[in-house]
Design a protein around this ligand. Structure first.
Ligand code: CA
Length: 436
């Protein structure tokens, strides 16, 4: 059946992110049942896969292994692509308008369908490791122009390998979790010595991330043609960044304390199966990468992305960026192949960020650093509020979706509000005190 012809017995408006064509996975709980478990979003409902599994309506492994009554998706993700595709097919079939199995079983519907407004969404995976790539040529060019040299914005390796760093998995939070402004050491322009205090250049980065399902053993790289079989799905990601801390700790942009305090992801994992109808060609790669990074066919996805800001105290949001995932220079398959070519192993639940997704125009820039030219040209938001970087109480909301004919495959959103920095005090002789 053609994708657009699929319909569910559950009413889903055309503008919903979660029609039967999507079926993203998440981990949720309810007040009446606080046990965390795996569910699938459908319209404004959650289909409780743990309840279906218990009822015998969702057998995924011949040995009757249960994988959905867990606080994370990892166990299911580790089963591999055949299991993922099988469950997706079964869930889609159960939700179809023309299948009476769940539709007419009122007792099972009562147990297995939960209104989303009654649920709390949690981090869907136990994040094993977190790597952040730097794969938008436009972003790397913008940042290189600001901090290096506009005539020589890209480092010589940028067009040859997908650049990345290993980040902190411990500070990845689900959407809605407040983000505390970090403290740190910075050095003001012209100052003799650095100073310490709350970051004054707190920023967001518009990213997506993919989650590794089945990993690879140490010493056994994942070749490019196999890489998509290892990718379970994608989320939206806000890679919060403290530009002043980042700039001081390493030039041009050191990814340590300037990045480690928080990363937010959206709660629903959209599978590659759901994204398949939106597969498109990525940018042409010139020079052609070395053989271990070469790939044929189409490996980008047409995912529209938006960033909105609600400044502290304001009632309305302002859209400040419109971008698209398909502009990324390096594909997810190339990123994963490159990540493992050294022999590095990956595991179920490894989170791989795309890097800030900036387009060719100013209003498609995925960070305030680029949108405001490092704070030099503040944005004017609705009601005349101006912003160079984020202030306490500001909220950043990112959304993403693929537009199909009459339906959209959406990611929901990743949003968070900034909280003031922790106040830290110590006397000049703190070291002496610490010793005594
Ligand atoms: Ca980043």
């Amino acid at each position: 059946m053609r994708e657009e012809a699929l319909s569910s017995f559950i009413e889903v408006p055309a503008e919903s992110d979660f029609p039967i064509q999507n079926l993203p996975y998440g981990v949720f709980s309810t007040r009446s049942d606080p046990m965390r478990r795996v569910g699938v979003a459908i319209g404004d409902q959650i289909l409780d896969l743990a309840a279906l599994e218990l009822a015998g309506a969702l057998e995924i492994a011949p040995q009757g292994q249960r994988v959905f009554g867990c606080a994370s998706m990892n166990r299911f993700m580790a089963l591999g692509r055949e299991a993922w595709t099988h469950v997706r097919g079964r869930v889609s079939s159960l939700l179809r308008a023309d299948n009476p199995e769940l539709r007419d079983d009122m007792a099972l519907r009562e147990r297995a369908l939960v209104p989303m407004r009654h649920a709390s969404l949690h981090l869907p995976v136990e994040i094993s490791g977190y790597t952040d790539f730097y794969s938008s040529k436009e972003h790397a060019t913008n940042v290189g122009s600001l901090f290096r040299d506009p005539k020589n914005a890209l480092c010589e390796n940028w067009l040859e390998i997908p650049i990345a760093y290993n980040g902190r998995a411990s500070s990845v939070f689900v959407s809605g979790t407040p983000v505390r402004r970090p403290n740190g050491e910075t050095k003001a322009l012209g100052a003799q010595r650095p100073s310490f205090g709350p970051s004054l250049k707190l920023d967001f980065e518009l990213e997506t991330a993919f989650l590794v399902g089945q990993g690879n053993a140490i010493g056994e790289p994942i070749p490019v043609p196999d890489a998509e079989r290892h990718i379970f799905g994608m989320v939206l990601m806000n890679d919060w960044s403290a530009r002043d801390i980042q700039r001081w700790e390493y030039v041009p942009l050191g990814p340590f304390n300037g990045k480690s305090f928080a990363t937010s992801i959206s709660p629903w994992i959209v599978t590659l199966d759901a994204l398949e109808p939106f597969r498109v060609a990525g940018p042409r790669q010139d020079p052609m990468p070395l053989p271990y990074l070469r790939q044929r066919g189409e490996h980008a996805f047409d995912i529209q992305l938006e960033v909105r800001m609600r400044p502290a105290g304001a009632a309305c949001e302002t859209t400040i960026c419109r971008s698209n995932f398909k502009t990324l220079y390096w594909s997810m398959a190339q990123q994963l192949a490159h990540h493992t070519i050294s022999g590095c192993n990956t595991q179920p639940g490894d989170l791989m960020g795309s890097g800030t997704i900036s387009g060719a125009t100013r209003d498609s820039s995925g960070s305030l650093l680029e949108l405001t030219r490092n704070g030099g040209e503040p944005l004017t938001l609705a009601n005349g509020v101006r912003r160079s970087f984020l202030e306490d109480g500001d909220e950043v909301i990112m959304t993403g979706w693929c537009q199909g004919p009459g339906y959209r495959v959406g990611f929901g959103d990743v949003s968070a509000r900034i909280e003031p920095a922790v106040e830290l005090h110590w006397s000049a002789d703190a070291t002496t005190k610490g010793v005594s």
